[in-house]
Write a protein that binds this ligand. Structure first.
Ligand SMILES: CC[C@H](O)CC(=O)C(=O)O
Ligand SMILES: [Mn+2]
Length: 337
């Protein structure tokens, strides 16, 4: 394949979920230097839930938003720095601030049926001259046709790249193929894909997306990200090399960074275990993993039961507090039996 695939690294941003938003500026600087030196094209850095995400609801980050972005910008030589923006969590003022600090890419993220709320933010990104991306989260919760309808809205607002985002790591390879190929046939934007590895399909699904015409894919060192993590950068690059898919990343450098630096920083191993597997199985937001685990411990209930119930309730990002309510409910039910 001659087209060069753009790699958008999410070690710092999605990886924030896996470390409960506690990366220090020293860790951010070290990871940024390694990623930049490896050749990744874009490095995303914010709280896991994007600009304005540091809160009691989502979890407070160790470092301020400005310090996270500034440290990343100061430590790149070639890569562009991206920020994630969920309208309503972050605002256009947050975006202007991130742009002033040196961010060049904005990914405007909405639930897969709510693209309408991205209009102002996409337009703001464009007016700041940023590489502006639409990011349709929880894409498994929309049919391919409905997802396309939402993508068309983002296209009409001016988004230059639109992502199929598998937030719950719940899409099968056929699910990805259908969504990306429909985008390819019907959109004139670039197309991106963001994987989570809960069903062990992170790399495979990213490759399917590329085969169906995706221009950008997300990945992170050792998969550092919510749930069972994202597509592991070093694994994705190895497969891309074998399949002669062109990109800018040095395999040995990302292997070393994953092994020597990223894995030792992990607080909870980012892996497929019974709980992260449940996320993919029940279609629950990957960032709910640690919330369910904590609530399970606190209320003495099986966190898989919490995830089953929250999956049935079709919870979306921002409804993390439901997890406590469900854990209390389950504990009560268990007492009665
Ligand atoms: C809550 C934001 C979320 O982590 C964005 C993302 O990476 C996803 O939906 O997978
Ligand atoms: Mn994610």
């Amino acid at each position: 394949m001659t087209k060069k695939i753009i790699i958008n690294d999410v070690t710092l941003r999605d990886g924030m979920h896996a470390i409960s938003h506690q990366y220090s500026v020293e860790q951010i600087a070290e990871l940024t230097q390694l990623l930049d030196d490896s050749g990744v094209d874009i490095i995303e850095a914010t709280h896991g839930d994007g600009l304005g995400g540091s809160s009691l609801q989502f979890g407070l980050s160790k470092e301020s938003e400005d310090d996270i972005i500034r440290t990343t910008v100061e430590n790149v030589k070639n890569a562009k720095v991206a920020v994630l923006l969920l309208p309503g969590v972050g605002t256009i003022d947050h975006l202007k601030n991130a742009h002033n600090l040196g961010a060049k890419v904005v990914r405007v993220a909405t639930h897969c049926t709510e693209a309408d709320v991205s209009e102002q933010h996409i337009k703001a990104g464009l007016s700041l001259g940023m590489d502006t991306v639409g990011f349709l989260m929880m894409s498994h919760r929309a049919t391919p046709e409905n997802l396309l309808e939402q993508a068309k809205k983002m296209e009409s607002y001016g988004a230059e790249t639109i992502y199929v985002v598998d937030s719950a790591g719940a899409l099968s390879m056929d699910d990805v193929r259908q969504r990306v190929s429909l985008f390819k046939e019907n959109l004139s934007t670039k197309i991106g894909f963001h994987a989570h590895n809960n069903l062990s399909l992170g790399v495979a699904n990213s490759i399917v997306a590329i085969q169906e015409g995706a221009d950008r894919v997300d990945a992170s060192l050792a998969g550092m990200g919510a749930g069972a993590g994202n597509a592991a950068l070093e694994q994705l690059v190895a497969v891309m090399n074998k399949m002669e898919i062109s990109h800018n990343v040095d395999l040995f450098k990302v292997m070393d960074a994953a092994e020597n630096v990223m894995k030792p920083m992990m607080v909870r191993p980012v892996q497929i275990d019974r709980l992260s597997l449940m996320l993919g199985y029940t279609g629950v937001y990957s960032s709910f993993l640690l919330f369910a685990e904590r609530a399970g411990k606190e209320y003495g209930v099986d966190p898989r039961e919490i995830l089953m119930r929250i999956g049935k309730m079709n919870a979306v990002g921002g409804q993390e507090d439901w997890i406590i309510g469900i854990a209390q409910e389950l504990a009560k039910e268990n007492q009665m039996t």
